[in-house]
Structure formats: structure tokens, C-alpha cells
Design a protein around this ligand. Sequence first.
Ligand code: MN
Length: 406
Amino acid sequence: MIIDIPENSDFSIHNIPFGMFSTKDGSPRAGVAIGDHILDLVAVHGLGAFDFEVSVLERNDLNDFIALGKKVTSKVRTDIQKWLQDDSSILAGKQNLFVRQSDAQMHMPICVGDYTDFYSSIEHATNVGKMFRDPENALLPNWKHIPVGYHGRASSIIPSGEPIYRPKGQTIPQDAKQPIFGPTQRLDFELEMGFVVGKNTEMGDAVSTNDAEDHIFGLVLFNDWSARDIQKWEYVPLGPFLAKNFASSISPWIVTLEALEPFKVEGPKQEPKVLPYLEYEGKKNYDINLEVGISPKNEKETTVCYSNFKYMYWNMAQQLAHHTVNGCNIHVGDMMASGTISGKEENSFGSMLELAWMGTKPIQINDGSERKFIQDGDTVTMRGYAQKGDIRVGFGEVSTKVLPAK
Ligand code: MN
């Protein structure tokens, strides 16, 4: 191996995720994570390693690189895997190709054109339906027939490390007749995964569940910040608006679908049967362990949630097939998030809303405090990794500090 990779690193030789980074003395450029380091792809290009223009690696995002297509991007990944394992490869003896992750700043890996958020975890939809609507009929009649989603806001998607401000808005106090305006009292995270579209379609085209993987470049961890009190007042009749559009945070490394191939598993049985355009063949869910931690200001982290991406009722292929079945066009860099990923167990719920059950069951934090929702000064960190025998492929983390309202 050309470079040391710590045991249990998320960024093993099996992973090779893509991201955008910069160091003190350089502008943003593309890199891949390997162990505690970043392999600088512009520098590797300088060795004559790739037969595409270097400019696609030097833009502010990976969109043009991804747009080269999987034939190119997959080969970059597998070539790098080969070179890193071969002590006489073109990378040998060239320490200047590597940057310590601790010396680098990570940026948004893509320019997000459009962002869609699904609502695809049956456990989450059931929990929220029970709390916000009807405990007896928690799921709306369409839920098992349609991968429900809404169009979100791309401008406020930010990378890990960038803080957010507590949003302000309209809420209606219990039993009040008039709304009030002020900072949200119910700031929440949503544990999600997002996939990055890797191939354009034209208006009128639909992507089948069979072809969907061809259109998905890779995945990131996704924290879909939410203000529950604002949401409760505004979401009827049209759905989320200011309760959601103030921020979503992502992990900076895009883990490719190829790297996740070993972790494919069967999804939950779908009953009743779905319409033909939503039927699919083979394994389309992924076994990815997920967790969420909360660190109060200057305090150690408490893990509050353990979930798994495999719980999703609707898979990514079905989401993409549904999204495009009406002819809606999609573009490289579009972000599609899963919806909150909750499991069956109480400690697997993917939001504070569910974990603390609308504030009725506060969560204990290691410093002795309690949380019903997220407080100013708290840092919320999501992590995710897949593991099968010795093969580990991880996402690193998305970590965001909450600042008081501006
Ligand atoms: Mn969401």
C-alpha cells in the first residue's frame, strides 16, 4: 500500500469517495479520501494518469467530472484502487500527492440544481402520522402506493462544519387564536441519506427502476433540519415550506454506488403490490449503519439514535422512477434525500420529534441535561458506515453547530 490506512477507517481501499477540498495555499479541487488523507486528483492528473481535461477537477464542484459518466468516473476509482496497492505504480514515492484531511477544508462537493426530499421510511411516516394527525390511521391511503416527496430548497444545502442559525418564523401557541413570530422552540434534525444524480434526462423521459442505478452517482449523509412548531402551523394544505428551507447539511464525501455494491440487501416486503412502473428486480436496499450524536457546548457527545438505511420502505430506484414517471427532467448534481430514516426500536428513530415523542419523553444527555429538541450551542453529528467482514465503507460525518437566531 502506498499510504497507511488506519484500521477501521471509513475511507478504506474499498471506498474511494469523491469530494472537493482546499488547503491554505490552493484553490478548491477534486480529491478522493483514503485513510486520514486526501489524494489530490489534480496532482494525479499532472502525472498523465487520466485522459480527460484537468479543468473538470478544478471547478468549484464535481458536477462536470460526474457528467463525464460512470465509464470514466468508475475507472478513475478502480485505477486509484490499483495504484494505491501497487508499490511500483505512478503514485509511488510521491508524498506530495497526499494532503492530511486535518490540513484541508472540505467544500460542497456538488452544485445542487434541484433538491427533492422523500418520505420513504414507513416507521417515520407512521410515527409522524400518529403525532400530527390520527393515531388510528397514521398512514395516508396513498403512502404504500406512492413514494411521497416534496420539492425542497437547494440554496441552503451546506457542507459539514458550517454552522446554522436558529430559524425564526410563525408558530401558534397551544390553544391560541393568533400566531406569534420568533425563533423556533422546536428545532430538530432529520437523519437521512441523499443521493446525487449522475446523469441528465430530457423532459418527457422517465427513468425505469432497472436503469435507475445508471443515474445515481453516489450517496452522502443528509441532515434535513426542521422547525417542528413552524411546520405544524404552515404545512397544511401544501406541505413543508419555511420549516425546512432554512438549512440542510451534508457530509462532504460522495460514496459511489459502486463502493456500496457489497452491502445490497433485500428491502421490506411491499404490500399491497405496487404499480408496474414501481416494480423492481434484485436487491435495492443498502445495509448502512447510521447514528446521531448531540454535543452540548463544550461537552462530550451523547449518541441518541442508531438506525440503518436498509429500513427504507421505498428504495432509491423506486424514488427515481416515480420522480420521472411524469416526464420531469433531472440533472447531474440534483440531490434526492430519503426522508427521515427511522427503525422499529425507540432508539432507532431518526428525529428528536420521534425520539422524545413530541417533547413528552425527554432524552437524557451525558452532561446531566435533557433534550426535547435541539438547543443553541448544540452540535449535531451524523455518521454512517457499511461493514461486511473486513470490508468497511464509511461516509465520515456531517456535523453542524446550532447558533442562536440572528
Ligand atoms: Mn426530511
